[in-house]
Design a protein around this ligand. Structure first.
Ligand code: ZN
Length: 359
């Protein structure tokens, strides 16, 4: 069994001066706690915020990648990059954690297939086509006004990603973009961190039709741990608390100046207040697994926590060290060890192998 988390925003934490080589109570992911949680590898996303200019987007992704490379090269006894499923197996044999690189927001490639190829050469193995705004590639689920789906350039991007062997990630993109990608891509695609819309009606989640179509193409839906995507009840609790707007401002100030101890403390206080709200249990993650399995089958579901990109986690799932609780809950619901291994990472690695044309 290889346990893989397909979406962690950990490079953003590193950027905010967190040293993930040691245990950090405030972040969700670090190397010691990956080991504690039995997680063998994770995609670390280079998350590029929407709203930056094209050049700023590229520069931001490169800075995150540089921080990540510094960290991994300074942790040779604990972790190593994995650019293929084979690399991941080698790392596991050596007792090393695997760090895979994802790019969250295709804005960083601007309107250039050369930049796309360069990100591949630098180790990026999936690209989330958009984030919270429409970009040159496609529309986002948060806007959806610019192209009505994939742009003409976006169609070229999909073809070039297929040719190179970069996984296409449909999380964050609009429904119309999703259907265009499915039509355009000759390879299976993934939703690296999305939940089921049937259980929680949020545009970031996938409808049953979308999950079925993703599976029919051989892809996977990787269930997100964010309470807002897991449970509609939490959305009401959060808006009543007023913490969303208040927290956004405080977070912005902290991100702009992470070395300022006062701003850091103010942000930590928001996080503590968020965690004091009644949160859904981590078992809700398994409800989404159950649903996706019922819709698409056991071969098309996995886990993409969104750790370090979400301010609040489900109750009982404080960090990546709690990952194994999901498999215990699956066991108690009657899943076999073979089925658990598929959800834990086998399904995602199958898509990764297929896209990189190893089979
Ligand atoms: Zn995301």
């Amino acid at each position: 069994m290889f346990v893989l988390d397909s979406h962690c925003d950990t490079p953003s934490q590193i950027f905010r001066l967190t040293d993930i080589r040691k245990k950090n109570e405030r972040g969700h992911v670090d190397f010691p706690r990956m080991k504690e949680g039995g997680v063998d590898g994770a995609f670390f996303a280079l998350y590029v915020p929407a709203g930056l200019s094209p050049d700023e987007s590229t520069a931001y992704a490169l800075k995150l990648l540089s921080c990540l490379e510094d960290t991994v090269s300074a942790a040779k006894d604990a972790a190593a990059f994995a650019y293929s499923p084979d690399d991941a197996m080698c790392n596991q044999e050596k007792g090393l954690l695997s760090v895979f690189i994802g790019l969250e927001n295709g804005a960083a490639i601007q309107e250039s297939l050369s930049l796309l190829r360069q990100f591949y050469r630098m180790g990026v193995r999936y690209i989330t086509l958009s984030h919270s705004a429409d970009n040159a590639i496609c529309d986002s689920c948060a806007e959806g006004k610019r192209w009505g789906g994939l742009s003409p350039f976006g169609k070229e991007v999909v073809k070039e990603m297929n040719r190179l062997g970069i996984i296409i990630d449909v999380s964050h993109i609009s429904d119309a973009s999703f259907w265009d990608v499915l039509e355009c891509s000759s390879m299976p695609v993934v939703a690296s961190h999305s939940c089921c819309r049937a259980l929680c009606s949020h545009p970031r989640n996938l409808s049953d039709d979308m999950i079925r179509a993703l599976a029919a193409k051989g892809g996977v839906i990787q269930i997100n741990f964010f309470p807002l995507f897991l449970d509609e009840g939490f959305s009401e609790i959060l808006s009543e608390s007023g913490l969303e707007d208040e927290g956004e401002e405080i977070e912005k100030e902290f991100i702009a100046d992470p070395s300022d101890a006062g701003k850091r403390q103010a942000w930590y206080e928001v996080i503590d207040r968020l965690h004091a709200l009644p949160r859904p249990s981590y078992k809700r993650i398994v409800d989404h697994i159950d649903h996706a399995v019922a819709v698409a089958g056991i071969d098309h579901v996995g886990l993409g926590s969104d750790f370090d990109g979400i301010a609040v986690t489900p109750a009982g799932m404080d960090s990546i060290s709690d990952f194994g609780k999901i498999f215990d809950e699956m066991r108690s619901r009657g899943y076999s060890e073979n089925e658990i291994a598929k959800v834990a990472g086998g399904n995602f690695l199958r898509v990764f192998s297929r896209v990189t044309k190893m089979f």
